[in-house]
Design a protein around this ligand. Structure first.
Ligand code: ATP
Ligand code: MN
Length: 480
């Protein structure tokens, strides 16, 4: 067996010395022709592998370059160096894969995030991206753990969908018809999708919610966790064209149950990462505090990353209605001094991210759940409140990010739902399958969608969503 090795994380966590170990990994740096910093991705910290002077020939030492992959076997000894308890005294070193130091784009120095985005295929091999993607992995695992422990069924909703009820205009079309003008046409000149692969027009999903609702009407509690696609031309630090969404849907839950579930869920997965990724989060906290030092005093955040996460886990989210939020915003000095790009003058306007951020970062200084939005700025499936003007919607807003969750209690009353669909020009004929849930054994139910990358952004303290997904897709970019 070739792969008889100990992972560097396990080796570093163990205080024992004087035993033989084999490690494999990639060279981060090689100092004084003696000290190799080796990383195998299992931990943020490198293992120091010592190539004792005189023990290895020059031809081999020359091949120990940044980026090279090596195998080293030797005795684990107590380290005299700073920052590590143990190190490996190499008895043998084998080069598994050379790396031309002149050509390898990553040097043992600090690179900008912009530069690393251009070499996303190699950025996993940096401290920062190593930490980010280990945290992302933990968060994903914690998502499943949270729901599994509560008896939810993990439901796979389709990625190719024929439903165009949501997000019209921001969907990616899926077709096998030719693009050279020879696609079959109807008499009126429009494309004849009956001739297309699925015999109809199809898109990549923008949300698994509607299919999730079907499953919740049988299993009571379900969740989805899968990729979603939006062809929105938003070149922001919070939008991707391909992102992962978690969408629980729960029969018999009302809006308050929904808020409780979302708050518990967010706290659980953050706490999980804090427990299992201490080193990575400390590294990211350090990175963030160095970045903060570059900013002018008044723009710096008061809390460090770890403090911020602890605060979120240990405090209740602020809950208020859209109407109350509008009052706060309208009366704010920001509004009066015209510091908002979009001034808040009347009830009914949609909140922009500057307003959301004012509420969380300046006013409440904690995550906020806004509820009961005007029906005209929300989706057709949200439950109409008694006042006839608002719907049982909820958005969770997080400091530094803005909207992280969007959800609602769903309209379970057939007549009301159909009426809303008419008002909003949703083609009821195509949605007949969805309406069946309201025809046969309808019940109160609620759910939400959490954008996974927005949560990873929040937990890692990164500022650009393109840095928390391995291979980001956004307008004019689909590299790798
Ligand atoms: P926003 O106003 O920020 O564009 P939205 O109202 O379009 O969000 P929803 O349709 O409610 O968002 O989607 C549910 C969740 O998915 C959001 O709360 C957010 O966390 C996430 N999300 C939405 N669009 C994107 C995107 N383009 N990239 C990454 N995450 C997204
Ligand atoms: Mn959007």
């Amino acid at each position: 067996m070739f792969n008889k090795r100990i992972k560097i994380k396990a080796l570093l966590e163990n205080d024992a010395t004087e035993y033989e170990a084999t490690v494999m990994g990639w060279v981060r740096s090689f100092r004084n022709n003696q000290f190799i910093a080796l990383n195998d991705g299992s931990a943020n910290n490198n293992l120091q592998v010592v190539a004792t002077l005189g023990h290895f020939d020059d031809a081999l030492l020359k091949r120990i370059t940044t980026g090279a992959c090596i195998k080293a076997t030797g005795n684990v000894i107590a380290s005299l160096g700073k920052g590590q308890k143990v190190e490996l005294q190499a008895a043998s070193i084998e080069i598994l894969g050379d790396s031309d130091a002149e050509k390898f784009p990553l040097q043992p120095k600090k690179h900008s995030l912009e530069f690393l985005r251009e070499i996303a295929h190699l950025r996993f091999r940096t401290n920062t991206f190593g930490a980010i993607f280990r945290v992302r992995n933990s968060l994903a695992f914690a998502v499943h753990k949270f729901f599994n422990e509560r008896g939810f069924v993990y439901m796979h909703t389709p990625i190719i969908t024929g439903s165009d009820a949501e997000g019209a205009g921001e969907m990616f079309q899926v077709t096998t018809l030719p693009l050279d003008g020879t696609a079959p046409k109807n008499e009126d000149g429009s494309i004849n999708f009956k001739e297309d692969f699925f015999g109809r027009s199809t898109n990549l999903t923008v949300s698994g919610q509607l299919e999730g609702e079907l499953a919740a009407m049988a299993f009571s509690d379900i969740y989805t966790f899968g990729p979603t696609f939006r062809a929105e031309n938003s070149n922001t630090t919070r939008h991707l064209a391909e992102f992962w969404m978690i969408e629980p849907e729960v029969a018999f839950n009302d809006l308050e149950d929904n808020m409780n579930l979302a708050e518990d869920f967010i706290k659980f997965i953050i706490a999980y990462a804090m427990e299992h990724n201490k080193e990575d989060l400390e590294f990211l906290a350090q990175r963030l505090s160095e970045e903060e030092k570059q900013k002018p005093q008044q723009e710096r955040t008061e809390m460090g990353l770890v403090e911020k996460l602890e605060f979120v886990v240990n405090n209740n989210f602020e809950r208020l209605t859209y109407t109350e939020a509008i009052e706060i915003l309208r009366e704010s000095s920001h509004n009066k001094k015209k510091k908002f790009t979009y001034l808040i003058d009347k009830w009914g306007v949609d909140l922009q991210s500057e307003h959301e951020r004012y509420l969380v970062e300046k006013h409440f200084k904690k995550p906020v759940i806004l509820t009961d939005y005007p029906k005209d700025i929300k989706s057709f499936y949200m439950r109409l409140n008694e006042d006839g003007k608002t719907v049982a919607a909820m958005d969770i807003l997080a400091p530094g990010i803005g909207e992280i969750v969007g959800g609602s209690q769903r309209e379970e009353r057939y007549d009301k739902l159909v009426e809303r669909m008419k008002e909003m020009h949703i083609p009821a004929e195509e949605m007949d399958w969805f309406l069946d849930t309201r025809r046969f054994g309808s019940c109160p139910h609620a759910g939400f969608g959490l954008g996974f990358e927005r949560l990873v952004l929040f937990v890692t303290g990164m500022t650009n969503i393109r840095d928390v997904i391995p291979f980001p897709r956004f307008p004019k970019s689909a590299a790798f």
